[in-house]
Ligand binder design. Structure first.
Ligand code: 5AD
Ligand code: SF4
Length: 452
């Protein structure tokens, strides 16, 4: 049997797409391997969001090329595919810079992989068109066993692309306009996942709360409405969604946070900056105070809500005073976890053209200060759970024999002693200690049911 190795960079959508690519290639007789050395086909599923992420692809391609030569010496063939957002953005340029690459395929075209692989025997190919057909209509359904082997928690793409055009971001160009999948297709996929034993669904999309899919009633459904329906699916105990834009938190979605116990009290809602001037230059279309008020509204219906966010420091024109506004917003809101980045100019985006770019040394210093504060908040949040009882969804055996490991509603890894519990159960655990990344607890009450 031929073997395929997929390496994904960047966001959850790439993790999801990597699985779908593996499903497509399974129909061609490829099985997945975790060892690149034994792969007949290597796929790099790339990310273009920051310069560093994009450059990684070329250094990795250098390594894959060496591997290809080593395998060639042993009489084994290695074919190489570049997929994802760098493929979409750079297309032919990749063939020029990396002569070992056989196929370049964009995120909307990977259902055509078998065909592209065949064609590339004659000539190296690039497929980055936005096709008329929907790739989801052409993707094979993996077996229950395959789905289950991917874990108790699954990603489900409900929308792709973004129409927001934040001035720093390449996504509207690489992933295109916002497209929502129809409700019925999402429900089919969710039911299939649940039947295979999946207990937690994370709905994903580049701007997932802009979701506006066609409902079975012919009406347009919002994310709030979709979540309500998904919460009814037998076996699905936990729902999450990411990544969201503050402007798309509508009343129906906020209400869902109050009404749906399955919707976890943990929200990733990027704010990027706390300065109104910078938010405006970023084209975020909201102020720092509007973000604060929004969080208050969601906390009114879900008091135990914890937050996570993305931040950019050193956006063009960001002054010391602007940066202090970001620090102030972080101090006001409080985040359980966060991602923060130095601004990275991306070709083709408006912010890259702004004259007033910030020196690297300033970005480094601001990032360090911000990350310090965010890390303090993360630790404080984790320590704050000590003494609480939390529901833990069991994912795997723990580090030591007799232990189980799972996740809290806030995605914190939790370990506890157990010899009677099963993967897929939700168990109530009293947290007794917080380490730097994991929580440690004691079992309190039996699980809700054995799912696996
Ligand atoms: N530079 C730095 N960070 C960026 N992000 C998006 N574009 C850029 C950029 N040009 C960050 C944002 C976004 C996250 C996915 O990546 O914070 O929310
Ligand atoms: Fe990029 Fe997100 Fe802004 Fe869309 S909403 S342009 S994906 S940062």
């Amino acid at each position: 049997m031929k073997k395929v190795f997929v390496k994904s960079y960047g966001c959850q959508m790439n993790v999801y797409d990597a699985e779908r690519m593996a499903d497509v290639l399974a129909t061609e007789g490829y099985s997945e391997t975790k060892a690149m050395e034994e792969a007949d086909l290597v796929i790099l599923n790339t990310c273009h969001i920051r310069e560093k992420a994009a450059e990684k692809v070329y250094s990795e391609l250098g390594r894959v090329r060496e591997l290809k030569q080593e395998r060639e010496a042993l009489g084994q063939e290695t074919r190489i595919i570049v997929a994802g957002c760098v493929a979409q953005a750079e297309g032919k340029e990749i063939l020029r810079r990396a002569p070992a690459v056989d196929v370049v395929v964009g995120p909307q075209n990977y259902h055509r992989l078998p065909d592209l692989l065949k064609k590339s025997r004659a000539e190296r190919v690039v497929d980055t068109e936005f096709p008329i057909e929907d790739k989801f209509d052409h993707l094979p359904v993996p077996s229950k066993a395959k789905t289950r082997s991917r874990g108790i928690s699954a990603f489900l793409t409900i929308q792709e692309g973004c129409d927001k055009f934040c001035t720093f971001c390449v996504v509207p160009y690489t992933r295109g306009a916002e497209v929502s999948r129809p409700v019925a297709r999402i429900l089919d996929e969710a039911v299939r996942l649940a039947e295979a034993g999946v207990r937690e669904l994370t709905l994903i999309g580049q701007n997932v709360n802009a979701y506006h899919g066609e409902g079975p009633d012919g009406k347009t459904w919002s994310l709030g409405r979709l979540l309500r329906r998904l919460a009814e699916i037998e076996g699905i105990a936990r729902l999450r969604y990411m990544t969201s834009h503050p402007r798309d938190m509508d009343d129906e979605l906020i209400a869902a946070h109050g009404d749906l116990p399955a919707l976890m009290p943990y929200l990733h809602l990027p704010v990027q900056s706390g300065s109104d001037r910078i938010l405006d230059a970023m084209n975020r279309k909201h102020t720092g105070d509007e973000y604060r008020r929004l969080i208050e509204r969601i906390r009114q219906v879900r008091p135990n809500l914890a937050l996570s966010s993305d931040f950019i420091v050193g956006f063009p024109g960001e002054t010391d005073a602007d940066f202090e506004e970001t620090m102030r917003l972080v101090a006001d809101v409080g985040f359980a976890s966060s991602f923060s980045f130095k601004y990275s100019p991306r070709p083709g985006t408006p912010a890259a053209e702004i004259e007033d770019q910030i020196p690297e040394a300033v970005k480094v210093e601001r990032l360090a200060r911000l990350q310090n504060l965010l890390e303090t908040q993360r630790q404080a949040f984790n320590h704050g759970t000590v003494g609480q009882t939390l529901d833990v969804l069991l994912e795997k055996p723990g580090r030591h024999p007799g232990q189980m490991a799972g996740k809290s509603p806030y995605l914190q890894p939790v370990q506890f002693e157990s010899d009677a519990h099963h993967i897929g159960e939700i168990v109530t655990v009293r947290i007794v200690r917080a380490g730097s990344n994991s929580l440690f607890g004691e079992w309190v009450k039996a699980g809700d049911r054995v799912a696996a």
